[in-house]
Write a protein that binds this ligand. Structure first.
Ligand code: FAD
Length: 272
């Protein structure tokens, strides 16, 4: 199918983009890489009157070292994340996103805003307790990743707000493990284990509407629990839903196994 007709604005500044979204009064959509939005439009699951293209807004494509880690401009492409060396966990996670064509267009801000519970970057953002920088008609605000994600493809972003950058803390140690049926598919289960400022965090994607943080398993991990014990606790704490890709039991078993793998990787190697 083809998208329904829409007007198109190539914004030259954040102010212009925000004003256009506000004027559209809920009938406007940002387009960044278009890798998630265009299929949605083509299937007519959304019919915005206006698309606001943010690709020409200056200053949104940089990766900048900050005190805690790195700041990703909203337009940083997944392919750049794979290539950069400042944040090895992001490089590893981005390598698992789709295929080369998708990685060359898809953006960090788009992935976070789209909030697909099976996507890699939201799981990393949840594990690292990333800070999301947001611009809107009233100025700027920040949100933690945990507060931003409210459900599958749902966030607290207002219709006239846009993500400008994401601060991703650098973990002292980390492990990333993903299970997908074919290379390039969304993960059935994605697990990130990360030690940030001396405290371990776990985030699991693909087992609920938002990246899951298993609190009891995290406590056990911080109290010195073994990968086997922590993985069992993480798997016991959720009831994943079954779908055409995998039953709930299978997903739970994969969640336990891939949590164990992420933890084993994280605790066995010293990673910068
Ligand atoms: C075949 C295929 C396979 C894929 N596989 C994977 C995968 O394995 N893992 C994975 O994580 N992703 C996958 N993707 C999705 C891909 O990573 C997208 O690039 C990403 O989800 C969205 O980024 P984008 O820049 O393309 O956003 P767009 O498609 O342009 O926008 C997506 C949504 O976010 C909004 N948006 C975009 N930028 C901003 C912003 N700065 N602020 C506020 N809202 C914004 C848009 O309005 C829209 O609602 C796949 C896509 C395809 C087509």
């Amino acid at each position: 199918m083809k998208p329904a007709p829409f007007d198109y604005l190539r914004a030259r500044s954040l102010g212009e983009a925000v004003r256009a979204l506000a004027d559209a009064a809920g009938d406007g959509k940002i387009i960044a890489g278009g890798q998630s939005l265009m299929p949605v439009l083509a299937l007519r699951m959304a019919r915005p009157r206006l698309l606001v293209d943010i690709n020409r807004i200056p200053g949104l494509s940089t990766i900048t070292p900050v005190d805690t880690g790195v700041r990703l401009g909203a337009l940083v492409r997944h392919a750049r994340l794979v290539e950069q060396t400042l944040h090895p966990l992001l490089a590893e996670a981005a390598r698992w996103i789709g295929h080369a064509a998708i990685r060359s267009r898809g953006t960090s801000g788009g992935s976070i805003a789209h909030a697909d519970p099976a996507a890699e970057l939201p799981v990393v953002a949840a594990a690292l307790e990333a800070t999301i920088h947001i611009a809107g008609p009233g100025g700027t605000r920040t949100s933690t990743a945990t507060d931003l994600f409210t459900g599958p493809l749902e966030t607290t972003l207002a219709e006239d707000e846009l993500i400008t950058a994401i601060d991703m803390p650098a973990p002292e140690r980390w492990g990333f493990a993903e299970f997908s049926r074919r290379h390039g598919d969304f993960g059935l289960v994605t697990v990130v284990a990360a030690e940030v400022r001396g405290r371990w965090r776990l985030a699991i994607g693909g087992v609920g509407g938002v990246p899951h943080r298993p609190a009891e398993a995290e406590d056990l991990l911080n109290d010195g629990g073994s990968p086997d014990q922590v993985a069992a606790a993480a798997a016991a704490a959720v009831t994943p839903s079954g779908d055409i890709h995998a039953s709930a039991e299978y997903r739970r078993a994969m969640m336990e196994e891939f949590t164990r793998r992420a933890l084993t990787a994280a605790t066995q190697k010293a990673v910068a």
